[in-house]
Design a protein around this ligand. Structure first.
Ligand code: SAH
Ligand code: SF4
Length: 355
Protein backbone atom coordinates (compact mmCIF):
# COMPACT_ATOMS: atom_id res chain seq x y z
CA UNK A 1 0.00 0.00 0.00
CA UNK A 2 1.19 3.50 -0.87
CA UNK A 3 1.17 6.63 1.32
CA UNK A 4 -0.10 10.16 0.62
CA UNK A 5 2.99 11.66 2.26
CA UNK A 6 5.12 10.31 -0.60
CA UNK A 7 3.29 12.50 -3.11
CA UNK A 8 4.22 15.96 -4.36
CA UNK A 9 1.44 18.52 -4.75
CA UNK A 10 1.34 17.83 -8.50
CA UNK A 11 1.04 14.08 -7.89
CA UNK A 12 -1.85 14.70 -5.50
CA UNK A 13 -3.54 16.83 -8.17
CA UNK A 14 -3.23 13.98 -10.66
CA UNK A 15 -4.68 11.54 -8.14
CA UNK A 16 -7.65 13.80 -7.40
CA UNK A 17 -8.38 14.32 -11.10
CA UNK A 18 -8.07 10.58 -11.79
CA UNK A 19 -10.84 10.05 -9.22
CA UNK A 20 -13.11 12.49 -11.04
CA UNK A 21 -12.87 15.12 -8.29
CA UNK A 22 -12.36 18.86 -8.84
CA UNK A 23 -8.72 20.00 -8.77
CA UNK A 24 -9.13 22.29 -5.75
CA UNK A 25 -9.52 19.19 -3.57
CA UNK A 26 -5.80 18.62 -4.08
CA UNK A 27 -5.04 21.63 -1.88
CA UNK A 28 -7.18 20.19 0.90
CA UNK A 29 -5.57 16.77 0.65
CA UNK A 30 -2.10 18.35 0.59
CA UNK A 31 -3.00 20.28 3.73
CA UNK A 32 -4.06 17.01 5.38
CA UNK A 33 -0.70 15.48 4.43
CA UNK A 34 1.34 18.46 5.66
CA UNK A 35 -0.54 18.53 8.98
CA UNK A 36 0.10 14.80 9.46
CA UNK A 37 -3.62 14.09 9.83
CA UNK A 38 -5.46 10.79 9.52
CA UNK A 39 -8.51 10.55 7.25
CA UNK A 40 -10.92 10.75 10.18
CA UNK A 41 -9.45 14.18 11.05
CA UNK A 42 -10.34 15.53 7.60
CA UNK A 43 -13.54 17.45 8.07
CA UNK A 44 -13.65 19.27 4.74
CA UNK A 45 -13.22 16.38 2.31
CA UNK A 46 -16.14 14.49 0.71
CA UNK A 47 -16.57 10.88 1.77
CA UNK A 48 -16.46 9.74 -1.86
CA UNK A 49 -12.94 11.16 -2.23
CA UNK A 50 -11.68 9.64 1.02
CA UNK A 51 -13.20 6.27 0.14
CA UNK A 52 -11.54 6.42 -3.28
CA UNK A 53 -8.11 6.98 -1.76
CA UNK A 54 -8.24 5.00 1.47
CA UNK A 55 -8.01 1.59 -0.16
CA UNK A 56 -4.67 2.39 -1.82
CA UNK A 57 -3.04 5.06 0.36
CA UNK A 58 -2.21 5.44 4.02
CA UNK A 59 -2.78 9.05 5.12
CA UNK A 60 0.42 9.11 7.23
CA UNK A 61 3.63 7.15 6.97
CA UNK A 62 4.41 6.65 10.68
CA UNK A 63 3.36 7.09 14.29
CA UNK A 64 5.32 7.89 17.44
CA UNK A 65 5.29 4.86 19.74
CA UNK A 66 7.68 6.15 22.39
CA UNK A 67 8.63 9.69 23.42
CA UNK A 68 11.42 10.43 25.90
CA UNK A 69 11.86 14.00 27.17
CA UNK A 70 15.24 15.08 28.58
CA UNK A 71 16.00 17.78 31.15
CA UNK A 72 17.49 20.08 28.51
CA UNK A 73 14.33 19.85 26.37
CA UNK A 74 15.78 17.27 23.99
CA UNK A 75 13.25 14.64 22.97
CA UNK A 76 13.85 11.22 21.47
CA UNK A 77 11.25 9.29 19.57
CA UNK A 78 10.66 5.82 18.32
CA UNK A 79 8.39 5.77 15.30
CA UNK A 80 6.56 2.73 13.93
CA UNK A 81 6.30 2.59 10.14
CA UNK A 82 3.21 1.12 8.49
CA UNK A 83 4.98 -2.22 7.90
CA UNK A 84 5.96 -2.54 11.57
CA UNK A 85 9.59 -1.49 11.21
CA UNK A 86 10.88 0.92 13.83
CA UNK A 87 13.13 3.98 13.42
CA UNK A 88 14.24 6.72 15.77
CA UNK A 89 14.67 10.49 15.84
CA UNK A 90 15.80 13.35 18.06
CA UNK A 91 14.29 16.82 18.64
CA UNK A 92 16.67 19.51 19.87
CA UNK A 93 15.38 22.94 20.95
CA UNK A 94 17.72 25.88 20.35
CA UNK A 95 17.50 29.63 20.86
CA UNK A 96 17.15 30.16 17.11
CA UNK A 97 14.59 27.40 16.48
CA UNK A 98 14.13 23.67 16.76
CA UNK A 99 16.14 20.98 15.00
CA UNK A 100 14.87 17.53 14.13
CA UNK A 101 17.29 14.71 13.40
CA UNK A 102 15.76 12.28 10.91
CA UNK A 103 16.56 8.71 9.85
CA UNK A 104 16.86 7.80 6.17
CA UNK A 105 17.06 3.98 6.33
CA UNK A 106 15.97 1.19 8.64
CA UNK A 107 19.44 0.16 9.81
CA UNK A 108 22.52 0.84 7.69
CA UNK A 109 24.92 -1.28 5.68
CA UNK A 110 28.08 0.82 6.03
CA UNK A 111 29.30 -1.07 9.11
CA UNK A 112 31.18 1.71 10.94
CA UNK A 113 33.06 0.32 13.92
CA UNK A 114 31.50 2.69 16.47
CA UNK A 115 27.88 2.94 15.38
CA UNK A 116 24.77 1.28 16.77
CA UNK A 117 22.65 2.03 13.69
CA UNK A 118 24.51 -0.47 11.58
CA UNK A 119 24.40 -3.32 14.10
CA UNK A 120 21.76 -5.36 12.26
CA UNK A 121 22.81 -4.29 8.76
CA UNK A 122 20.43 -2.58 6.35
CA UNK A 123 16.82 -3.68 6.51
CA UNK A 124 15.41 -1.30 3.94
CA UNK A 125 15.45 2.21 2.57
CA UNK A 126 12.89 4.70 3.84
CA UNK A 127 10.64 6.34 1.28
CA UNK A 128 10.58 10.11 0.90
CA UNK A 129 7.19 10.05 2.65
CA UNK A 130 8.63 8.19 5.62
CA UNK A 131 11.42 10.75 5.95
CA UNK A 132 9.19 13.81 5.69
CA UNK A 133 6.62 12.03 7.88
CA UNK A 134 9.10 12.33 10.77
CA UNK A 135 9.22 16.12 10.30
CA UNK A 136 5.46 16.53 9.85
CA UNK A 137 4.64 14.28 12.81
CA UNK A 138 6.95 16.10 15.25
CA UNK A 139 5.89 19.48 13.87
CA UNK A 140 2.30 18.54 14.74
CA UNK A 141 3.32 17.17 18.15
CA UNK A 142 4.84 20.56 19.02
CA UNK A 143 1.81 22.53 17.86
CA UNK A 144 3.30 23.61 14.53
CA UNK A 145 1.43 23.99 11.26
CA UNK A 146 2.83 24.13 7.71
CA UNK A 147 2.87 27.93 7.88
CA UNK A 148 3.85 28.37 11.53
CA UNK A 149 6.56 25.75 11.90
CA UNK A 150 7.69 24.19 15.16
CA UNK A 151 10.63 22.61 13.27
CA UNK A 152 12.98 25.09 11.63
CA UNK A 153 16.06 22.94 10.98
CA UNK A 154 16.54 19.37 9.86
CA UNK A 155 19.64 17.19 10.07
CA UNK A 156 19.90 13.87 8.24
CA UNK A 157 21.89 12.24 11.02
CA UNK A 158 19.61 9.54 12.36
CA UNK A 159 20.07 5.95 11.33
CA UNK A 160 21.02 5.20 7.76
CA UNK A 161 23.35 6.52 5.11
CA UNK A 162 21.37 9.19 3.22
CA UNK A 163 23.43 8.94 0.05
CA UNK A 164 22.88 5.16 -0.06
CA UNK A 165 19.18 6.04 -0.51
CA UNK A 166 19.81 8.88 -2.95
CA UNK A 167 16.56 8.98 -4.94
CA UNK A 168 14.20 8.97 -1.95
CA UNK A 169 16.39 11.36 0.03
CA UNK A 170 16.51 13.91 -2.80
CA UNK A 171 12.75 13.57 -3.29
CA UNK A 172 12.39 14.20 0.45
CA UNK A 173 14.50 17.38 0.13
CA UNK A 174 12.18 18.58 -2.63
CA UNK A 175 9.05 17.81 -0.57
CA UNK A 176 10.57 19.52 2.49
CA UNK A 177 11.46 22.72 0.65
CA UNK A 178 8.35 22.95 -1.56
CA UNK A 179 6.91 26.45 -1.21
CA UNK A 180 3.35 25.21 -0.93
CA UNK A 181 4.28 22.79 1.86
CA UNK A 182 6.21 23.06 5.11
CA UNK A 183 8.78 25.05 3.11
CA UNK A 184 11.94 24.50 5.16
CA UNK A 185 14.83 26.24 3.44
CA UNK A 186 17.62 23.89 2.37
CA UNK A 187 20.15 26.23 3.98
CA UNK A 188 18.65 24.97 7.26
CA UNK A 189 19.15 21.33 6.32
CA UNK A 190 22.36 19.33 6.94
CA UNK A 191 22.99 16.05 5.22
CA UNK A 192 25.57 13.84 6.91
CA UNK A 193 27.37 11.18 4.92
CA UNK A 194 30.02 8.58 5.59
CA UNK A 195 31.52 9.58 2.22
CA UNK A 196 29.95 8.05 -0.89
CA UNK A 197 32.06 10.10 -3.28
CA UNK A 198 30.10 9.73 -6.58
CA UNK A 199 26.87 10.63 -4.76
CA UNK A 200 28.47 13.70 -3.15
CA UNK A 201 29.28 14.92 -6.66
CA UNK A 202 25.78 14.11 -7.87
CA UNK A 203 24.31 16.04 -4.95
CA UNK A 204 26.58 18.99 -5.75
CA UNK A 205 25.07 19.06 -9.25
CA UNK A 206 21.47 18.57 -8.09
CA UNK A 207 20.52 22.13 -7.22
CA UNK A 208 19.60 21.05 -3.69
CA UNK A 209 22.10 23.17 -1.75
CA UNK A 210 21.99 21.55 1.69
CA UNK A 211 24.85 21.89 4.15
CA UNK A 212 27.10 18.89 3.53
CA UNK A 213 28.49 17.17 6.61
CA UNK A 214 31.12 14.50 6.11
CA UNK A 215 31.80 11.95 8.84
CA UNK A 216 35.58 11.95 8.62
CA UNK A 217 36.72 10.58 12.00
CA UNK A 218 40.35 10.07 10.90
CA UNK A 219 42.81 11.81 8.58
CA UNK A 220 44.83 8.87 7.25
CA UNK A 221 43.50 6.00 5.16
CA UNK A 222 44.84 3.42 7.58
CA UNK A 223 43.05 4.86 10.60
CA UNK A 224 39.88 5.73 8.72
CA UNK A 225 39.54 2.34 7.05
CA UNK A 226 39.80 0.70 10.47
CA UNK A 227 36.83 2.74 11.70
CA UNK A 228 34.84 3.08 8.48
CA UNK A 229 34.94 0.29 5.85
CA UNK A 230 33.56 2.74 3.24
CA UNK A 231 37.01 4.33 3.19
CA UNK A 232 38.36 1.30 1.33
CA UNK A 233 36.07 2.10 -1.59
CA UNK A 234 36.47 5.89 -1.41
CA UNK A 235 39.77 6.85 0.23
CA UNK A 236 40.46 10.19 1.87
CA UNK A 237 41.97 11.99 -1.11
CA UNK A 238 38.94 11.28 -3.28
CA UNK A 239 36.65 12.24 -0.41
CA UNK A 240 38.33 15.61 0.17
CA UNK A 241 38.31 16.29 -3.58
CA UNK A 242 34.55 15.65 -3.64
CA UNK A 243 34.10 17.98 -0.63
CA UNK A 244 36.00 20.69 -2.53
CA UNK A 245 33.82 20.06 -5.58
CA UNK A 246 30.73 20.44 -3.36
CA UNK A 247 32.04 23.71 -2.00
CA UNK A 248 32.88 25.06 -5.46
CA UNK A 249 29.40 24.22 -6.75
CA UNK A 250 27.29 25.36 -3.77
CA UNK A 251 29.57 27.85 -1.95
CA UNK A 252 28.37 26.19 1.26
CA UNK A 253 31.12 25.55 3.78
CA UNK A 254 31.52 21.82 4.35
CA UNK A 255 31.41 20.49 7.90
CA UNK A 256 33.55 17.53 9.00
CA UNK A 257 32.38 15.38 11.87
CA UNK A 258 35.13 13.87 13.98
CA UNK A 259 34.27 11.58 16.87
CA UNK A 260 37.14 11.18 19.31
CA UNK A 261 37.80 7.51 19.97
CA UNK A 262 40.20 6.37 22.65
CA UNK A 263 43.31 4.76 21.19
CA UNK A 264 42.24 5.27 17.56
CA UNK A 265 42.22 8.89 16.38
CA UNK A 266 42.60 11.18 19.38
CA UNK A 267 46.34 11.66 20.00
CA UNK A 268 48.38 14.74 19.05
CA UNK A 269 49.65 13.05 15.89
CA UNK A 270 46.06 12.52 14.71
CA UNK A 271 45.24 16.19 15.34
CA UNK A 272 48.30 17.21 13.31
CA UNK A 273 47.30 14.88 10.47
CA UNK A 274 43.81 16.36 10.47
CA UNK A 275 45.15 19.92 10.42
CA UNK A 276 47.46 19.07 7.52
CA UNK A 277 44.63 17.45 5.57
CA UNK A 278 42.20 20.37 5.90
CA UNK A 279 44.58 23.31 5.80
CA UNK A 280 43.41 26.02 3.41
CA UNK A 281 39.98 24.48 2.75
CA UNK A 282 37.10 26.65 4.02
CA UNK A 283 35.46 24.15 6.33
CA UNK A 284 34.59 23.53 9.95
CA UNK A 285 35.33 20.54 12.18
CA UNK A 286 32.64 19.42 14.59
CA UNK A 287 34.20 17.30 17.28
CA UNK A 288 32.19 14.96 19.40
CA UNK A 289 33.36 12.63 22.10
CA UNK A 290 32.36 9.12 21.08
CA UNK A 291 29.21 7.86 22.73
CA UNK A 292 29.93 4.48 24.22
CA UNK A 293 28.08 1.73 22.38
CA UNK A 294 28.23 -1.39 24.45
CA UNK A 295 28.00 -3.76 21.46
CA UNK A 296 31.04 -2.10 19.86
CA UNK A 297 33.36 -1.71 22.84
CA UNK A 298 34.93 1.60 21.69
CA UNK A 299 35.09 4.58 24.03
CA UNK A 300 35.49 8.34 23.95
CA UNK A 301 38.36 10.21 25.64
CA UNK A 302 38.76 12.16 28.90
CA UNK A 303 37.53 15.77 29.04
CA UNK A 304 40.88 17.62 29.26
CA UNK A 305 42.27 15.79 26.21
CA UNK A 306 39.32 17.01 24.14
CA UNK A 307 40.30 20.60 24.85
CA UNK A 308 43.91 19.85 23.93
CA UNK A 309 42.83 18.30 20.63
CA UNK A 310 40.72 21.34 19.74
CA UNK A 311 43.38 23.87 20.81
CA UNK A 312 45.88 22.05 18.68
CA UNK A 313 43.63 22.29 15.61
CA UNK A 314 42.77 25.95 16.26
CA UNK A 315 46.45 26.82 16.62
CA UNK A 316 47.04 25.38 13.15
CA UNK A 317 44.29 27.57 11.68
CA UNK A 318 41.51 24.98 11.58
CA UNK A 319 38.05 26.06 12.71
CA UNK A 320 36.91 23.40 15.18
CA UNK A 321 34.43 23.24 18.04
CA UNK A 322 33.06 20.62 20.37
CA UNK A 323 29.53 19.53 19.64
CA UNK A 324 27.76 18.84 22.88
CA UNK A 325 25.72 15.73 22.71
CA UNK A 326 22.28 16.70 23.93
CA UNK A 327 19.81 14.61 25.86
CA UNK A 328 22.43 12.49 27.57
CA UNK A 329 20.04 11.67 30.37
CA UNK A 330 17.60 9.94 28.01
CA UNK A 331 20.02 7.68 26.13
CA UNK A 332 23.31 7.57 24.25
CA UNK A 333 24.31 7.51 20.64
CA UNK A 334 22.39 7.43 17.42
CA UNK A 335 20.73 4.08 16.87
CA UNK A 336 20.86 2.94 20.48
CA UNK A 337 17.22 3.57 21.26
CA UNK A 338 16.12 1.36 18.40
CA UNK A 339 18.60 -1.38 19.31
CA UNK A 340 17.27 -1.37 22.86
CA UNK A 341 13.70 -1.48 21.62
CA UNK A 342 14.44 -4.40 19.28
CA UNK A 343 16.07 -6.33 22.10
CA UNK A 344 12.91 -5.91 24.15
CA UNK A 345 10.43 -6.65 21.34
CA UNK A 346 11.28 -9.87 19.60
CA UNK A 347 8.42 -9.64 17.13
CA UNK A 348 9.88 -6.65 15.26
CA UNK A 349 11.83 -7.21 12.06
CA UNK A 350 15.45 -6.77 13.08
CA UNK A 351 17.49 -7.98 10.12
CA UNK A 352 20.50 -10.21 10.38
CA UNK A 353 22.31 -10.44 13.67
CA UNK A 354 25.83 -9.09 13.76
CA UNK A 355 28.45 -11.79 13.54
N1 SAH B 1 25.28 7.71 7.93
C1 SAH B 1 25.52 9.09 8.04
C2 SAH B 1 24.52 9.84 8.89
C3 SAH B 1 24.04 9.15 10.12
S1 SAH B 1 25.22 8.91 11.41
C4 SAH B 1 26.94 9.33 8.54
O1 SAH B 1 27.58 8.39 8.94
O2 SAH B 1 27.36 10.48 8.46
C5 SAH B 1 25.29 10.54 12.12
C6 SAH B 1 26.59 10.85 12.82
O3 SAH B 1 26.71 10.13 14.06
C7 SAH B 1 27.82 10.51 12.00
O4 SAH B 1 28.74 11.57 12.04
C8 SAH B 1 28.36 9.30 12.74
O5 SAH B 1 29.71 9.12 12.49
C9 SAH B 1 28.02 9.65 14.17
N2 SAH B 1 28.05 8.54 15.11
C10 SAH B 1 27.68 7.27 14.95
N3 SAH B 1 27.87 6.55 16.05
C11 SAH B 1 28.40 7.38 16.98
C12 SAH B 1 28.84 7.25 18.32
N4 SAH B 1 28.78 6.08 18.95
N5 SAH B 1 29.30 8.34 18.96
C13 SAH B 1 29.37 9.53 18.32
N6 SAH B 1 28.99 9.74 17.05
C14 SAH B 1 28.51 8.68 16.38
FE1 SF4 C 1 25.80 3.99 8.88
FE2 SF4 C 1 26.47 6.49 9.54
FE3 SF4 C 1 26.31 4.54 11.39
FE4 SF4 C 1 28.29 4.52 9.62
S1 SF4 C 1 27.91 6.09 11.19
S2 SF4 C 1 27.05 2.73 10.25
S3 SF4 C 1 27.26 5.29 7.81
S4 SF4 C 1 24.64 5.37 10.20
Amino acid sequence: MKCLQDLTFEEIEELVVSLGQPKFRAGQLYDLQMRHKEYDEATNLPKTLIDGIKADYFATSLKIIERLVGKDGTEKYLYALNDGNVIEGVFMPHRYGNTLCVSTQVGCRMGCAFCASGLGGLIRNLTAGEIIGQVLCVNKLHGGTPKDRAITNVVLMGSGEPLDNYDEVTKFLRLLSAEKGINISLRNVSLSTSGLVPKIKELANSNLPVVLTISLHAATDEKRSALMPVNKAYPIKELIDSAKYYFDKTRRRVIFEYALVEGKNSDKKSADELARLLKGFPCHVNLINLNYVKEKGLRGIKGNYIKEFIDNLNKQGISATLRHSMGNDIDGACGQLRVKYLAEHDNVNRGADED
